[in-house]
Ligand binder design. Structure first.
Ligand SMILES: [Zn+2]
Length: 353
């Protein structure tokens, strides 16, 4: 079985930042009873045939007959072990946690992504209503725990209908089609429709800043974190960091990816506050260190390279969401679930998913 088309489309979306950040998202193909789904730890942009795991679709379907523990951690561990057992002989990589969703959509190709434009709707106050209006034939699924609960919720909502487009609140979109052209056409349509509905786009115009001050803060944070520190600012960043009120629109996590790569919330530092002190205060208060440090009126600092694009994504989503009633973050309960989730922990330690 040739994966050529699947690899090509995965790389294409994977190298376009309008669709994919840090290799996030995943793709699959079904042929002759086998699901070829992206393995954890592979970035879409550079994927090749080794980046896909072969799984038995009939065995995957049997998962729906099982009963799993009510305890979150126990359940996800049980499901993961069943997922591993659905792999064809000889497979060693770990399937994406979203493999169950790929198996559920009855199309040859499935491409799951988290584009900022799409999340401008899925992470907004009126996301459900806007989705129903703009995409009447799509399925909307409210925020539920990722992994098994999400897959079983999608399965329940689908019933006997097959949907080519599934919007997941605070997460992203699944698109299915029997042809590559169908996937491309649908994504284009989705992106064009949302772009036509937004009233404002992010203004990432570069701005000058106090370089001496940024250098001082960078040094202090390098000492406090022991890691490389990057600084970023632009017109949109500056306007969200004007005061605590404007900061509220970007002050939490929109999707699981934001939590995994940029931390569960950015640290807010007031204009005259000591940044390193604030950094240490955050860690002792929350039990985990900040990955994004926002300094009032200046810009934000990223601990390492990965959080930076994700926080810019947060900002883009916040801007797009204005057109759909304003931003809507994940609930605290869901944020805690992700923070404790072993699978996500695995993912953040094997680079990208
Ligand atoms: Zn996803």
């Amino acid at each position: 079985m040739s994966l050529g088309d699947l690899i090509e489309i995965s790389r294409r979306y994977g190298s376009d930042p309008a669709y994919v950040l840090l290799g996030g998202g995943n793709t699959s193909m079904k042929a002759d009873g086998v699901l070829y789904v992206k393995a954890s730890g592979h970035a879409l942009g550079q994927i090749d045939e080794h980046g896909f795991v072969r799984m038995d679709l009939a065995r995957l379907a049997e998962i729906w007959q099982r009963r799993y523990s009510d305890d979150d951690a126990a359940r996800e561990a049980e499901v993961l072990s069943d997922l591993m057992a659905c792999r064809l002989a000889g497979e060693t990589s770990r399937p994406s946690v979203e493999a169950l969703l790929h198996a559920l959509l009855p199309y040859r190709y499935v491409v799951h992504l988290h584009p900022a434009l799409v999340n401008g709707i899925t992470c907004s106050q009126r996301g459900e209503e806007a989705t129903r209006r703009l995409f009447p034939s799509a399925l909307w699924v409210e925020l539920v725990k990722p992994g098994f609960i999400l897959a079983s919720t999608v399965r329940e909502r689908m019933g006997s209908r097959s949907y080519q487009i599934v919007f997941l609140e605070n997460h992203g979109i699944f698109v299915g089609s029997d042809t590559i052209e169908g996937i491309e056409r649908t994504y284009k349509e989705v992106m064009t429709t949302i772009a036509g509905a937004v009233t404002r786009t992010p203004d990432f115009t570069e701005l000058t800043y106090d370089e001496a001050r940024v250098a001082t803060i960078t040094k202090a944070l390098e000492q406090a974190t022991g890691q490389k520190i990057l600084f970023e600012t632009n017109a949109e960043v500056r306007s969200y960091l004007a005061d605590e009120r404007s900061f509220a629109s970007v002050a939490s996590s929109f999707t699981p990816d934001h939590i995994v790569y940029a931390g569960f919330r950015p640290l807010w530092v007031e204009r005259n506050e000591d940044v390193a002190d604030a950094y240490r205060g955050f860690e002792s208060e929350h039990g985990s260190a900040a990955k994004i440090i926002c300094v009032q009126g200046l810009g934000f600092f990223s601990v390492g390279e990965k959080p930076l694009p994700l926080f810019l994504d947060t900002i883009a989503i916040a801007v797009y969401s204005e057109s759909f009633g304003g931003p809507k973050f994940m609930t605290e309960e869901m944020i805690d679930f992700i923070r404790n989730w072993e699978v996500e922990h695995y993912r953040s330690t094997v680079s990208t998913s």
